[in-house]
Design a protein around this ligand. Structure first.
Ligand code: MV4
Length: 450
């Protein structure tokens, strides 16, 4: 087992990883930017190294600085958390060549999952259901329109290197194809430096259902239930839950087994997530595979009792999976709400600043992951997520009541947050019925406020 791990991240996920290290008897090394001198992760780790100025490009995205910090502190492994360098194949490769373990999949597997059109082709070969679409990358609008005509409208144009909604356009008729394809491609060139696109049949009003997997270095792969992440706004998830209320046991098993095959098809190791779209007729289709621990991992931890971050560390250290598929039991229902420093009344504009009178809920089945403390100043340079509140109830109705009770207790003075907006969603009749899809927020909250 590793004696020392460097955490190449900040905020609540850095704190989450530091705690896992401490519980495992592993020394933790934080890296921090000049804006994060007083951050909780900087204070909580056993050691901390300043790696540069506030902008992420000068610090949390600076591979040389992070590797230098790992070498200087004699860390044997790097946990990248999510965002930043977590799905950067080049960084994983640099770790390998420095003889530092990257706590995540191999550079090759990150590359395969990062190219969404290649991943899609690999899944189709592995007989995993995918939405009808193009087999190869499309770079010319003239070629694209032929494919779109074949597939049938509406179609969705996506960037091969995309994900999270960037470089994506829905095209409802042949007449608008050319202009929208070019827009999506421009966005892709700008964001990813590449104009490779793919085209799929557009699935109307799907649910976003993703399956958590764990894979060790010896080909053992298990799935740990699913998460419904349909409650999003502009591709930013707001509420996640496990299990997904739309699945029965048979469908859950089919999706889980498909996710395990997906991981096998790309030679995946460590923790990963296989994203599916679930349509209104309960057909599921592979979308993307995420090669990282995800923000919403706590809901899976709550219903399975498995500590995913500790498992990530054990897998990277070369241990065999200790969990067999038949040991995985989903118990109860978990919901997570993301608390962000943003103003729903001003188009969710970020609202950093100094936090006062901080109070978080607690009690049976209530978990708060946060890097806030009273008097902390949220810097303007990074993500606006302040905290994740997760609850575990016996069933979905109890989990919702527990979340309303928990959110009702939260006090974060000094800055504007989305707490009231979240509370509103949790009281909406459609949410209570489990009648949710990826259009839930635009459908119910885009005009009036909760
Ligand atoms: C789709 C889709 C419908 N049909 N693909 C959005 C981000 C990326 N992960 C894939 N996305 C979508 N792909 C087909 N063929 C609808 C979406 C989509 C979506 C997916 C998950 C969660 C929220 C979403 C919001 C809008 C569109």
């Amino acid at each position: 087992m590793f004696q020392k791990i460097l955490i190449a991240n900040r905020g609540e996920i850095a704190v989450r990883i530091i705690r896992a290290c401490r519980e495992m008897g592993i020394v933790s090394v934080a890296v921090y930017s000049e804006a994060d001198r007083d951050a909780l992760h900087t204070q909580l780790a056993d050691e901390a190294v300043c790696i540069g100025k506030a902008p992420a490009s000068d610090s949390y995205l600076n591979m040389e600085r992070i590797l230098s910090a790992a070498i200087a502190t004699k860390a044997q492994a790097i946990h990248p958390g999510f965002g930043f360098l977590s799905e950067n194949a080049h960084f994983a490769e640099m770790c390998e060549s420095c003889k530092i373990a990257f706590i995540g999949p191999s550079a090759a597997a990150i590359g395969k999952t990062g190219n969404k059109s290649e991943a899609r082709a690999a899944m189709e070969n592995a007989k995993i259901p995918v939405v009808p679409g193009t087999e190869e990358a499309v770079r010319e609008a003239e070629e694209g329109v032929k494919a779109a005509d074949r597939i049938g409208y509406p179609v969705i144009v996506k960037a091969s290197l995309g994900g999270g909604g960037k470089g994506m356009r829905i095209v409802r008729s042949r007449g608008e194809f050319d202009a929208l394809f070019r827009l999506a491609q421009q966005e892709s060139v700008h964001a990813f430096g590449d104009g490779a696109m793919y085209i799929e049949k557009y699935v109307e009003r799907p649910r976003h259902v993703e399956v958590q997997i764990l894979a060790d270095k010896y080909g053992n792969i298990v799935w740990l239930g699913e998460r419904d992440c349909s409650i999003q706004r502009r591709h930013q998830k707001m509420i996640e839950e496990s299990p997904c209320a739309a699945l029965d046991e048979a469908l859950r098993r089919r999706m889980g087994e498909a996710a395990v095959r997906a991981a096998g098809a790309v030679g995946y190791e460590n923790a990963g997530t296989v994203e599916f779209l679930l349509d209104r007729d309960k057909n599921f289709y592979f979308m993307e595979m995420n090669a990282r621990i995800q923000v919403e991992h706590p809901v899976t931890e709550m219903v399975t009792g498995v500590d995913l971050v500790k498992e990530q560390i054990r897998i990277a250290a070369g241990e065999r999976l200790r969990i067999r598929q038949e040991d995985v039991r989903i118990q109860g229902h978990s919901i997570e709400c993301r608390i962000n420093a943003e103003d729903p009344k001003r188009d969710f504009m970020p609202c950093p600043g100094r936090v006062e009178n901080l109070h978080f809920p607690g009690g049976n089945g209530v978990r708060v992951d946060s890097a806030l403390y009273d008097g902390y100043t949220v810097p303007p340079y990074y993500d606006s997520m302040l905290a994740k509140v997760a609850v575990l109830g016996e069933d979905r109705a109890e989990a919702i009541r527990k979340m309303r009770s928990a959110l009702g207790e939260v006090i974060v003075d000094g800055i504007t947050t989305n707490l009231d907006f979240q509370y509103g969603i949790l009281g909406h009749p459609a949410f209570l019925k489990g009648d949710i899809d990826t259009h839930f927020i635009p459908d119910h909250f885009e005009k009036e406020r909760p």
